[in-house]
Ligand binder design. Structure first.
Ligand code: 9WN
Length: 435
């Protein structure tokens, strides 16, 4: 590491220390003051370089919120705090017991399997991590079984999402059409929202979008989170290639981990899930023309045409396409973006697309976690040069503008948006600096 990388590493450590709440890390003290599921996965990976014990604690604390049906919720409200909307009073999830923290009632991309494997491979003292994996293995199996059973009632080997927040890519253009089928309440949520006090509204979802998000939450609460009823009644039901790719990547990692630790029987189930999921993704969600993966709308029974670059980054990361399909995507999409001098890699929406908006959240800006998936995915398929470019751009953006949540992909407008001191930007920068 050169001097500037060392300084960046030191600052990243500082961000993770600031956001540590004793037992777990919050994504941001202003915007997100609780524990989030996929954030904590990425954060644990960064922590493994600086304090493996904290990394173990970060993952373990997520399981405090696990539901009896196996679901790990996307938010765990460990402590009371009214600085975030929607809080526990809106979610109205069934309390698990007097001492258990309240939670949200949806999940997020299942990253823990592959994160645990990476952590085990990088720490010097493996024992505490192996102990953790053995302890959590049945609970991780319950979590994956939840995706593979409750979220796949049609038995297609593809899980479905019932809220756009579950994808982690809240207002990505891919959700525009399915969300248009969700009613708006007509009552502005601006007075309740806390995010608008910290971030310019043009960088966040708008009021109508939030009304739809909350309409869905109200539906879940009304049906008391009964998965079967929700599958029948929820107007938003999407087979998302990003979530499926990360589920498969975690299935495969958990298979390998189980084999390493002698947990053969359950390991075999993870292997089967990974294999069946890969086949289903390539059959149903892959568009051979463009090489892209598309979300499938179960409501309309049709694929969603909106460009969805993060899903492909996740698919490359998970090793889902064959080499030929990966080549087609990289050559048709990534290399032209990389050769465009006006851009940093990788905008989450192609700048030529009608829905591209370089400042608005998941509608164009660069996100560090998606770049991290892309970096590892490109390496996996032999695109070392372009992987290095993704790494360089990510580090350059953070060095220039700070540990922001997202960044403008246009070089002339370079700027970071959303919250600053964002935990996964810091944690994944630490991992990228060590590559
Ligand atoms: C809703 C915490 C989370 C991330 C998501 C990101 C954003 C929440 C919000 O923040 O979503 O879950 O209130 O906007 O989109 O990916 O996990 O960092």
């Amino acid at each position: 590491m050169n001097a500037s990388d060392k300084e960046l590493f030191r600052e990243a450590e500082e961000v993770l220390r600031e956001n540590w709440r004793g037992g777990y890390t919050i994504p941001s003290p202003t915007l997100y003051p609780f524990q989030w599921l996929w954030d904590s996965g990425f954060i644990a990976l960064g922590l493994a370089y600086i304090d493996p014990e904290r990394a173990v604690g970060e993952i373990e604390s997520l399981f405090v919120g696990q539901w009896d049906n196996g679901m790990i919720p996307h938010i765990i409200f460990h402590r009371e705090n009214d600085a975030y909307y929607p809080g526990p009073g809106v979610w109205r999830t069934p309390p698990k017991g007097p001492d258990a923290p309240r939670t949200s009632g949806i999940s997020q991309p299942p990253v823990l399997g592959f994160i645990l494997e990476r952590i085990l491979d990088l720490v010097v003292d493996r024992e505490p991590v192996e102990v953790l994996i053995r302890k959590l293995y049945p609970r991780l199996a319950a979590f994956h079984r939840y995706w593979r059973r409750d979220r796949d009632p049609g038995g297609e080997d593809l899980c479905y999402l019932r809220h756009n927040w579950e994808s982690g890519l809240d207002n990505a253009p891919v959700w525009d059409h399915p969300l248009s089928q969700v009613p708006v309440t007509g009552e502005s949520l601006a007075p309740f929202r806390k995010d608008l006090a910290h971030v310019d509204p043009s960088q966040r979802p708008d009021d109508t979008e939030y009304q739809r998000y909350i309409w869905l939450v109200n539906l879940f609460a009304e049906y008391e989170y009964d998965e079967q009823k929700l599958f029948e009644r929820c107007p938003f039901r999407l087979q998302d290639p990003l979530t499926n790719a990360l589920l498969i990547a975690s299935d495969r990692a958990l298979h390998r981990l189980g084999e390493r630790l002698g947990l053969h029987e359950q390991a075999e189930t993870f292997r089967r899930w990974g294999e069946e999921g890969t086949r289903a993704m390539n059959q149903k969600l892959h568009d051979p023309g463009t090489g892209l993966y598309r979300a499938f709308d179960l409501q309309d029974q049709q694929p969603i045409a909106a460009p969805y670059l993060p899903a492909f980054a996740a698919a490359l990361f998970g090793g889902i396409p064959d080499q030929e399909a990966a080549d087609r995507f990289v050559q048709q999409t990534i290399i032209p973006l990389a050769r465009d001098d006006s851009l940093y890699l990788m905008p989450t929406v192609p700048p030529g697309s009608r829905s591209f908006s370089p400042r608005n959240y998941w509608r164009g800006p660069i996100w560090v976690n998606i770049n991290w998936l892309l970096y590892h995915g490109l390496q996996r398929y032999g695109y070392e040069e372009w992987a290095m470019r993704v790494r360089e751009d990510t580090i350059a953006l953070i060095t220039q503008y700070g540990f922001h949540e997202y960044f403008n992909p246009l070089r002339t407008r370079g700027k970071g948006y959303g919250t600053d001191r964002f935990s996964w930007s810091a944690a994944l920068a630490i991992d990228l600096l060590h590559q």
